[in-house]
Design a protein around this ligand. Structure first.
Ligand code: GRF
Length: 195
């Protein structure tokens, strides 16, 4: 299985995938890692790991549609079986997702459909939930919507702040993402039926 991973930030979920693939626990090839902006640690890690990288900078395009089409073209050039949005903080279009047969996986640091959006951890904490967690799902063109593949709960501790809670969620999130990719690569998980 060939994947392209999209990142916007530190790429620690991506690092878990790189490590698992290197250790032989994950039968996949990371064809390339892409970002929506310059200077991300995710891209730096990828270069250190000897991976192909690219940036399709959101701010270099006049419209979202032009950026989306350019990103889709670039991703398609690597002919991935699955595209992974791993801490990628942009929504892509329905056309983008259809181009890859709906095989667009996203991770989110909350138990969807609760607390979608860019601040899933902060919003869960502000609401006062005692349990949150993370979700790996087939993304559609909505904000953190689409069929759920895997979820795991994480308890909120009384003294948690956003950072401490997010760190604990990310430990689980990395394991969940690697496990989903392993199941996908092994043919144990079917891609979404309809796109
Ligand atoms: C993850 O929790 C992801 O779900 C969220 O931001 C975090 C990114 O972490 N959207 P990293 O870039 O993989 O370290």
């Amino acid at each position: 299985m060939r994947i392209v991973v999209l990142v916007s930030g530190t790429g620690s979920n991506l690092q878990a995938v790189i490590d698992a693939a290197k250790a032989g626990d994950l039968d996949l090839e990371i064809a390339a890692v892409g970002a929506d902006r310059e200077g991300t640690y995710g891209i730096e890690r990828s270069e250190e790991a000897g991976l192909e990288t690219f940036v399709v900078n959101f701010n270099s395009f006049a419209t979202r549609a032009e950026w989306d089409a350019a990103l889709a073209d670039r991703v398609a050039s690597y002919a991935p079986d699955v595209v992974v949005s791993s801490g990628f903080m942009r929504i892509v279009s329905a056309d983008f997702i259809e181009r890859f047969g709906g095989r667009y996986v996203n991770t989110h640091p909350a138990l969807l459909p609760a607390f979608p959006g860019a601040h899933g951890v902060r919003d869960a904490l502000a609401y006062g939930v005692k349990v949150t967690g993370c979700t790996v799902h087939w993304a559609d063109a909505g904000v953190d919507t689409g069929p759920i593949i895997a979820q795991e709960a994480v308890a909120v501790e009384p003294d948690d702040d956003e950072e401490s809670l997010h760190e604990r969620i990310k430990i689980v999130e990395r394991r969940l993402l690697v496990d989903v990719l392993r199941r996908l690569a092994a043919g144990e998980l079917a891609p979404p039926a309809t796109v």
